[in-house]
Design a binder for this molecule. Sequence first.
Ligand code: ZN
Length: 175
Amino acid sequence: MSDALERSGGECELCGSNDGVEAVPVAPRPDAIAACATCRAQLAGTAPDASHWLCLQGSAWSEVPAVQVVAWRMLGRLDAGWALELRDQLWLDDDTLAWAKDAATGPAVVDCNGTPLADGDTVTLVKDLDVKGAGFTAKRGTVVKNIRLGDDPGLVEGRVNNTSIYLKTEFIKRA
Ligand SMILES: [Zn+2]
């Protein structure tokens, strides 16, 4: 059993759920937290649900640095006043704060299967996409070469029909 699961007694260290709890490394360090299926999906996803993360009002005060880091990062992603206020109240020691800010790049950019994507990769579309403003549909199966990652982990930039467009990562697959 991992240290995190042992420490937490098998409960999610963020919300206390027992559902599908697994150890999740808190990049870029190997230290892990125990997180339930819901929390893991939201940590990896692009649109966290602020109402779920009300749990951080308790767990953000954990004495475990890895939990503090995850809470600090998630509070910064939530579009809610209480989250920003709570984040300001938290006190992370210098080392923990450096860890929290390291990977301020946010969650990894992954395709529809969870495969990591990088600049220059080739991807294929897994569904027809209407390209807003450009007046065409990028067909399922279209190959897009030399993608570029941007600030939003949910989008990559690529060229289709000689037009530079943004593609939702949930609709592309690494070739
Ligand atoms: Zn949880």
